[in-house]
Design a protein around this ligand. Structure first.
Ligand SMILES: [Zn+2]
Ligand SMILES: [Zn+2]
Length: 557
């Protein structure tokens, strides 16, 4: 047996459900790590230098007759992107075998075929369960000139996906685009609007009903609509005792997150779990009960949103590997235009700002247990770090869902003001029926003199963004995160103080809007507890932004 044949067999190991769960955890977490883990990136850079040195020796024989090296790679990347990925585990496995074998064959034909070999290995990489490990394996087993090209392609892929994101998000039909302003991403109108116009409508990617309503069974746990006895749907054996306005809402909830979090339904069809490693129903039930107890005891919707979010990521990735299954993403908004490269839903969250948040180790463990007992290995979808960041994103971005002007019977807070959960809503969190993460609307910055308001006229979780005055194309859209009205018996100074405290507590910034400046009576202000904007962006997002700015500056020089 030749050495290249034995090399091939070392990475042709896709089989069995343990690898599959590894795949899912990777898709949810490790692809993220690939972009964010500083040590890993450092290692790649080091390898790249070493490999480039080795590759120079043979580069004279590599054929780039059809253009410069970068152009050839870019063109090939575009071609690879346009190729549909095989669906289903078996198809993926077969595709992987074909490409890896082709790569091996090309390798044996000498350095002149290094680039073609690398393209084949890169194609194989796209469907491999654990890309990071495969890259390591390539590095130790492939000729350096081939590995050098694979690294270049990988970097190009990550870079193009990162930098081109806002060219595709959101699609043109939303009438808005994301732009930079003072180091922040803001949402800008793409055309003129009259006062009262609906700019776009957006469904949340995850939403949660207030706990008192969930327990009362008065509202739909999925779409947050008031439930009518005639059409309501109450699932049997449901740990949460939830009620839905219709069977349709239940089916969606179950597919997206409810099934994995609160039912004992197997995640995989039986033929994919022939080894029977999934599901010890007793353990799984205990893990879910612990989660329900935890959610009920602290009653924070952000925690519930985090659990649903991670579950949704898993169910979407799972659907990709189950032949013939339908992705839960079909019921979610379409966030990208048609010619966008493939992004995971994690790519959307990664770009949102967040607040520093702390999670207890045992709280992370509760969630990890729920996933790990659904399918061993899935606990790796969440780390304590990632948990804290995700929670920080929900706390910073969630919008309060209030319809018909909001309700007045929400249970009073008993915590200190600084511990209360706040959601973005001009009606005040105390009037909401629940909250949700709206990926596009998350980019709308606060102003005490807003140009838009979220409206839930459908009486459910569907947000309509309404212009509160005429807006010109190119103008930034702003909404009020808190109740900015001056109420009866309240002076302008009192109202100013109240809203600025709420903003500082909920979103950790000192409002610098025009109205706040105009109403400043110069009397000095009580300490808001915050001096700078404390919201953060993740390293990966910040890094790519910095590089992009650098490149643009170089171009204009
Ligand atoms: Zn519903
Ligand atoms: Zn203000």
């Amino acid at each position: 047996m030749s050495s290249s044949a034995s090399r091939t067999s070392t990475f042709l190991t896709i089989a069995g459900v343990t690898v599959l769960s590894g795949f899912l955890a990777y898709a949810v977490y490790f692809d993220y790590k690939r972009r964010n883990d500083a040590d890993f990136r450092k290692k790649l850079r080091k390898d790249k230098k070493r490999v480039e040195k080795a590759a120079t020796a043979s580069s004279s024989t590599v054929d780039f007759t059809s253009g410069s090296r970068a152009d050839v790679l870019k063109a090939e990347m575009a071609k690879i992107r346009a190729e549909p990925l095989p669906e289903g585990t078996r198809e993926k496995e077969q595709y992987f075998m074909e490409q890896a074998t082709l790569g091996e064959q090309l390798c044996t034909q000498g350095p002149a075929f290094a680039v073609s070999a690398a393209f084949a290995f890169f194609r194989a990489l796209r469907v491999y369960p654990s890309p990071v490990e495969l890259i390591m394996l390539y590095q130790s087993s492939l000729p350096p000139e081939v590995f050098a090209v694979i690294l270049e392609l990988t970097n190009l892929d990550v870079k193009e996906r990162a930098e081109g994101y806002y060219d595709h998000f959101p699609p043109k039909s939303w009438n808005v685009r994301v732009q930079d302003k003072d180091g922040k991403k803001v949402l800008v109108a793409d055309k003129d609007f009259e006062k009262g116009d609906v700019i776009y409508k957006e469904y949340p990617i995850v939403a949660a009903l207030d706990w008192d309503l969930l327990e009362a069974g008065s509202h739909c746990a999925y779409c947050l609509k008031l439930v009518h006895k005639v059409s309501e749907y109450r699932p049997e054996s449901d740990l949460l005792n939830t009620v839905y306005c219709s069977r349709d809402c239940y089916d969606k909830a179950k597919q997206q997150y409810h099934g994995i979090l609160f039912t004992l339904d197997p995640l995989l069809p039986p033929d994919l779990d022939a080894e029977g490693v999934a599901a010890d129903p007793e353990k799984r039930k205990a893990a879910q009960e612990a989660l329900v107890a935890h959610l009920k005891s602290n009653k924070k919707l952000a925690d519930f949103l985090v659990a649903k979010w991670v579950a949704l990521q898993i169910t979407i990735e799972t659907s990709k590997v189950i032949p013939g299954s339908v992705s839960p993403a079909k019921d979610l908004p379409k966030y990208l235009d048609d010619d966008a490269p493939e992004y995971a839903i994690g790519d959307h969250l990664e770009r949102l700002r967040f607040l520093g948040a702390e999670v207890k180790e045992e709280d992370t463990e509760i969630l990890r247990n729920v996933f790990g007992t659904a399918l061993p290995g899935l606990e790796n979808s969440l780390t304590e770090d990632r948990h804290a960041t995700t929670l920080g994103k929900m706390l910073y971005n969630a919008i309060g869902i209030c319809y018909s002007g909001g309700r007045d019977d929400r249970p009073q807070f008993h915590e200190r003001p600084e511990d209360q959960e706040r959601t973005r809503t001009p009606y005040g969190t105390s009037h909401q029926v629940g909250s949700g993460l709206f990926l596009v609307s998350s980019y709308i910055q606060h102003s005490c003199e807003p140009s838009v308001r979220p409206s839930f006229t459908a009486g459910n979780h569907k947000l309509s963004l309404i212009a509160t005055r005429a807006i010109a194309a190119g103008e930034e859209l702003t909404m009020a995160y808190v109740d900015v009205a001056q109420h009866e018996g309240e002076s302008a100074a009192d109202a100013r103080r109240r809203r600025r405290f709420e903003l500082a507590r909920g979103w950790r910034f000192k409002c610098e809007c025009a109205r706040c400046a105009a109403e400043d009576e110069g009397a000095g202000e009580a300490d808001l507890g915050v001096t700078v904007d404390e919201s953060k962006v993740e390293d990966a997002a910040a890094r790519f932004e910095a590089k992009k700015a650098e490149a643009e500056a170089a171009e204009t020089d």
